[in-house]
Design a protein around this ligand. Structure first.
Ligand code: ADP
Ligand code: MG
Ligand code: MG
Length: 901
């Protein structure tokens, strides 16, 4: 028969899937001899059965009863026993932490009789009635699904009647009245009396915790966090200990190290004469844990000892909940604690130094997201701590970075001011698609409403722009173009603001911004061995050395200019995975492109191409020089041609005016006709990429020649250029075949002209579903594949990023359709599946094919793990994300296959 119930002495910390995080860690603490109030845990398996069949699995009731009887025997008291009651808490605990999503009921076992026994035994009548009213309140809310306000209102009314403000001001008689009234509320609302049978209370509470797994907010939370919906929650039944039995009792929470900085030293809060939930509720002021040493030296010393044990045992920072009942310490919870990015790196480093973990494990304790956080520019800490800085309030840290600018309250002004060279912060209650232009123009975005999936947050993250959202304490009045802060300050349009997207803080005035020391280290400006390097830089340096040796994936950069290429190289790039050529056709050269497009005769076309050739060659010279010795994948021209032509409206007006004045306008008219001809409804799906190469004769061959001639230049100069030629937007092998033939001919010819052999790889992007599905054929004609995951995501989902991200993505995230935008993190199930197919078929057709990815996903942590798992050779990302990709590639290699998070 399946075992559904485990006493604390039976399980251990590795049984999280079965016992939930809370139950597993309570068992672990029990088994290493720490003082845990005895209890037992009902498994997630029981919960799954209950949720599937709407009945408790057979034998569960009997098993629970047997464990309860054993617990009663251990403690020598019966559950709810009238003269000396055993009370228990019924606690939820999922395999993954789901903070605040599910409930816990304390003081189960109290009724009109046992409350008297508790009062006598505890020698404190007020305490007993307070415990009882808490039970009815929590039971009412959690088990009976009543509105918590029903109870809160009664408490508030009673306080008002007595003229007091705090709970502790209510005496035993008041609390007894509350209990009576609460029971009436339960009877009125549910049509049934509050259950007085302790075992019935426990049974109902267990069921309610099971049910809470499917409470709407829990379902939504899981969808967003991508926690599987079918795990279920465990239920832990734990004998009650009381921190509210007077001054020699209390409750607290603590960390074994500072979770903010990572520096050693215990850190926590303590509340005298209180129960656990009071600390969380924040209704009373806690004291720092250190003060416990003067309040109760013995318990304090024991607690320090226990925290030391826990840290050694878990080999990591732990956080704990504890309660002291009349001078006796009890541990109620522990887990490996959350921490800031800086703390994560420092703690991992310290644990290595202390010999507790190896570097292989240390790199698993930090993440690429944390590294990215350490790399954003930030406000100068000293300035923030100083007197010159004026904090206004804070909101949610929606998109990291530090931004300074003048406050504007509408998109139009943001655009206008930024065009005249001002830096602006766009302040809105919330944003919508109409604000897009202003958001693009602004340095940062501040909203007073909405969470991390609000429109402002989603769009800002997509643009990599600093954003603080949901700063509810700031009253943003867009009509009158002003904002007022809780401190009474009024910010008018044009006043300077500083917003910190990493911490969510908002300041009045300009706070100085400094480069992160971690970036200065990556840029080679800080030597990790010197005094200039702090412990954080040293920790990052050590981890980077480790991951660089461990990883299988190469990391390249997306870079289009010699400057970007040089920077990428400093950041550790091992080549360029995507060198775009489109910007090389703008500016002064636009005119030449215009000629090319409008050419009526082959001679005219040749002229334009000949004029473009030396310019292109120069572009490639610089980049190949900056990346000497490393591969540089150059993508031939990709965007729709009309992007290089003048604006259609402007031109139409010019032609119309000239016509009206009877002036000559032949050239404009010709251009206008071409613009009309080339205008597209859906440019993303129009004449671009390889299609351009096929219909504009000479364009791609000119580019190939420029690349080849640049390579010749570099070889003559003693360099080792390694350019690769990449054809975009191929859907079928025939397209590739034609372009590749042409390219090989040009390479041969340039080689002959210069007396050398030019053997440059020619490959293709895989960015259309059809290309992925026919990858075997395509591979026969491609030396390499580079997955263009941006376009592949657009074409697999059938949406255009520019259109959808700003219009409905926030709604999709809000509704949990996806947990994260598929442009931010690769859609493994859909897009990833196509990549797998293409990898398998590509390698089967051409075993030595090089496989890489050049979409933005190349710098996204979860996506990097996927690319490692499918066996790509490299990822390519923006220069700034290279350290993140290096770290995650090393972490992926150390984890073995199958780990995505
Ligand atoms: P959460 O997951 O929300 O932290 P818990 O199950 O840990 O919920 O319980 C809520 C509060 O009640 C915590 O402060 C916890 O320490 C306290 N608590 C839980 N069980 C007991 C118990 N048996 N005795 C005393 N306090 C308890
Ligand atoms: Mg807890
Ligand atoms: Mg593309």
């Amino acid at each position: 028969m399946t075992k559904y119930v485990y006493t604390f002495t039976e399980g251990d910390k590795d049984l999280k899937d079965l016992l939930g995080g809370k139950g597993a860690n309570l068992a672990e603490m029990t088994n290493i001899g720490l003082p845990v109030p005895p209890g037992f845990t009902i498994t997630t398996e029981a919960c799954r059965h209950y949720l599937d069949h709407r009945t408790m699995p057979e034998g569960l009731d009997a098993e629970i009863e047997a464990h309860l009887v054993a617990l009663e025997a251990t403690l020598g008291r019966g559950l709810g026993q009238a003269d000396d009651p055993l009370l228990v808490s019924v606690r939820s605990g999922a395999p993954f932490s789901m903070p605040g999503m599910m409930e816990t009921v304390l003081n189960v076992g109290l009724n009109d009789d046992s409350v008297l026994g508790l009062a006598t035994r505890g020698g404190d009548e007020r305490f007993a009635w307070d415990s009882y009213r808490r039970l009815i309140q929590m039971f009412g809310r959690t088990v009976l699904d009543l509105d918590g306000a029903l109870f809160e209102d009664v408490i508030d009314a009673l306080k008002a009647e007595k003229g007091v403000t705090d709970d502790p001001d209510l005496d035993a008689a008041d609390l007894r009245r509350l209990v009576a009234r609460f029971k009436e509320i339960v009877a009125e609302q549910t049509g049934r009396p509050f259950p007085s049978d302790p075992r019935e209370q426990m049974r109902q509470a267990i069921r309610a915790v099971f049910d809470s797994w499917n409470a709407p907010r829990a379902v939504l939370y899981r969808r967003r966090e991508r926690i599987p919906a079918d795990l279920g929650t465990a239920v832990t039944v734990c004998s009650m200990v009381f921190g509210n039995l007077g001054a020699d009792s209390g409750t607290g929470v603590a960390f074994t190290r500072d979770p903010a900085t990572g520096w050693p030293g215990v850190y926590g809060d303590y509340l005298q004469n209180a129960q656990g939930e009071d600390v969380v509720a924040g209704t009373r002021n806690t004291v720092p844990l250190a003060e416990l040493a003067t309040i109760d030296a013995r318990s304090h010393a024991e607690l320090m000892d226990i925290m030391d044990t826990l840290e050694r045992h878990y080999r990591d920072l732990c956080d704990i909940e504890f309660t002291i009942e009349r001078g006796r310490l009890w541990m109620l919870q522990t887990r490996v604690g959350k921490r800031t990015a800086a703390a994560a790196f420092r703690i991992a480093e310290q644990l290595v130094d202390q010999g507790m973990i190896g570097l292989d494990e240390a790199v698993q304790r930090v993440t690429g997201d944390q590294l990215a956080q350490l790399m954003f520019p930030r406000f100068d800490d000293r300035a923030v701590a100083g007197d010159d800085v004026h904090p206004l309030g804070h909101g949610m840290n929606a998109s990291p970075g530090a931004a300074v600018g003048k406050a504007v309250f509408d998109s139009y002004t943001a655009l206008k001011w930024s065009r005249s060279g001002e830096r602006v912060i766009l302040c809105r209650r919330e944003t919508n698609p109409d604000d897009l232009e202003g958001m693009i123009a602004a340095e940062g975005i501040l909203t007073s409403r909405g969470g991390k999936t609000s429109h402002a947050a989603v769009v800002a993250r997509g643009m990599g722009k600093t954003c603080v959202c949901g700063a509810e304490e700031l009253d943003i009045d867009t009509k009158n173009r002003r904002m007022s802060a809780p401190g009474g300050e009024v910010v008018e349009e044009g006043d300077v603001l500083s917003i910190d997207g990493t911490s969510g803080r908002v300041f009045l005035g300009e706070v100085p911004v400094v480069d992160s020391p971690v970036v200065r280290y990556f840029e080679g400006e800080i030597d990790p061995a010197s005094d200039q390097a702090d412990d954080l830089v040293r920790s990052v340096d050590r981890m980077m050395h480790y991951v660089d040796a461990a990883r299988h994936l190469y990391v390249r950069a997306n870079a289009d200019t010699p400057e970007d290429a040089a920077r990428a190289r400093r950041m550790g790039a091992q080549g360029i995975g995507l060198c775009r050529t489109e910007h090389m056709f703008l500016g002064d050269r636009r005119r030449l492109v215009e000629h090319l497009i409008l050419a009526d005769t082959p001679e005219e076309r040749r002229e334009s191409l000949e004029a473009l050739l030396p310019l292109q060659r120069e572009d490639f010279d610089g980049i190949l020089d900056a990346m000497d010795g490393l591969p540089v994948t150059v993508r031939l021209l990709d965007p729709p041609l009309h992007e290089f032509l003048p604006d259609i409206t402007e031109l139409s007006v010019r032609v119309a005016v000239a016509e009206a004045r009877g002036e000559s306008h032949e050239n404009d008219l010709r251009v206008l006709q071409a613009v009309h001809r080339l205008h597209e409804q859906n440019p993303m799906l129009g004449l671009r990429g390889v299609r351009l190469g096929l219909v504009v004769p000479g364009l791609f061959t000119m580019q190939v020649r420029a690349i080849a001639e640049a390579a010749v230049d570099r070889i003559r100069a003693g360099g080792r250029p390694r350019p690769e030629i990449m054809i975009p937007l191929v859907g079928t092998v025939q397209e590739l075949e034609i372009i590749r033939e042409d390219a090989l001919t040009v390479l041969r010819r340039v080689g002959e002209e210069n007396g050398m052999e030019l053997d440059l790889p020619v490959g293709t992007m895989i960015e259309l579903p059809r290309a992925a599905l026919t990858a075997g054929r395509i591979a026969e004609n491609a030396a390499f594949f580079s997955f263009g995951t941006n376009d592949l995501t657009q074409t697999v989902w059938g949406f255009s990023r520019d259109d959808v991200e700003a219009s409905f993505f926030s709604a999709y995230l809000e509704k949990g359709v996806f947990g994260v935008s598929p442009f931010e993190s690769l859609d493994v199930d859909g897009v990833g599946r196509l990549i797998r197919i293409a990898v398998d078929e590509g390698r089967a057709a051409r075993p030595d094919i090089t496989l890489g990815v050049c979409g933005e996903h190349g710098g996204d942590p979860a996506s990097v793990h996927f690319f490692h798992d499918v066996g790509l050779d490299y990822v390519s990302c923006s220069p700034f994300r290279i350290p993140v990709a290096r770290l995650e590639a090393g972490r992926a290699a150390g984890r073995g296959p199958g780990h995505v998070h």
